[in-house]
Design a protein around this ligand. Structure first.
Ligand SMILES: Nc1ncnc2c1ncn2[C@@H]1O[C@H](COP(=O)(O)OP(=O)(O)OP(=O)(O)O)[C@@H](O)[C@H]1O
Ligand SMILES: [Mg+2]
Length: 258
């Protein structure tokens, strides 16, 4: 099968900083792919590149067959992007927020109402349609953001730490929705800070300082590192990398022994 997301040496620099460094990732249709890494690893920048929101400095990426830098307009219809701080209008109700996002995508009339009802049902948000977004719990806010992202029926969903700060029960609810979407054939590419969530992904990419350090199924990652959990793999890998960096600095010091 042709990959639905494929990057070739994808690189993005901000001045002297390389936020994403020669990234090579390929995701199959229907997969759920999890990107993990410490703060500042380059996860958000990767998502923004894949959604065509910023241009690569070098290298390329194709999503749903479109070149993300040259065909970002055509790409927009195929993807949904739930940003790390998704823009909900706190004074508008749940229903009004959805109407606003439907308008942005040119979804109107009966079609709009049908889609809204379907999403409210799927996320079990029906009782809260008239509540102002600012008065929702953290978990419900994230569900609303997800609904707004799904209104135009994207084939690929990009989620940036969608359950950050959400309680465990609401996180489980959120995952029930993600599984439902996967069953419908949607591909999901997510950045997550939770390793138990990464464990639920088909494949996991571990990013550090812009580079993809490891990329495999959770099982393969654990086996390779001789660890029982992904958390163990993560900590071991980061320690090794940072240990090596400290070692390098030591040995390149003027007057050092190396
Ligand atoms: N627009 C920008 N201008 C300058 N530097 C940027 C910009 N966007 C990101 N960076 C830098 O690029 C690096 C990667 O940032 P990014 O937001 O992609 O990391 P992240 O893995 O999503 O981190 P977090 O877990 O904190 O969300 C960071 O050092 C960040 O400061
Ligand atoms: Mg981020």
């Amino acid at each position: 099968m042709e990959p639905i997301i494929e990057t070739r040496d994808l690189t993005r620099r901000f001045g002297k900083l390389t936020a994403v460094d020669t990234l090579n990732i390929s995701v199959q249709p229907g997969e759920i792919f999890g990107l993990v890494g410490p703060d500042g690893a380059g996860k958000t920048t990767t998502l923004r590149l894949l959604c065509g929101l910023i241009d690569p400095t070098s290298g390329s990426a194709h999503v749903a067959g479109f070149d993300v830098s040259k065909q970002s307009q055509s790409l927009k219809d195929q993807i949904g992007y739930m940003a790390q701080r998704f823009g909900l209008y706190s004074d508008l109700t749940v229903d009004e927020n959805m109407t606003f996002y439907a308008d942005l995508f040119g979804i109107v009339g009966e079609e709009r109402e049908r889609l809204k009802a379907q999403l409210m049902h799927m996320t079990r948000m029906e009782p809260f349609g008239a509540r102002q977004a600012g008065r929702l719990s953290g978990g419900m806010k994230q569900k609303l953001a997800l609904m707004c992202t799904l209104l135009h029926k994207p084939r690929i969903l990009f989620l940036d730490e969608p359950t950050n700060g959400v309680d465990p029960v609401s996180r489980r609810d959120f995952w029930t929705i993600l599984y439902q979407l996967l069953k419908e054939g949607i591909t999901i590419f997510m950045a997550t800070a939770y390793l138990d969530e990464a464990e639920r992904c088909n494949r996991v990419g571990l990013m550090h300082k812009g580079k993809l350090i490891r990329c495999a199924t959770p099982e393969a990652l654990k086996q390779e590192a001789g660890q029982d959990t992904l958390e163990g793999v993560f900590i071991q890998t980061i320690r090794q990398l940072e240990g090596l960096a400290a070692f390098g600095a030591e040995h390149s010091r003027p007057g050092g022994t190396a």
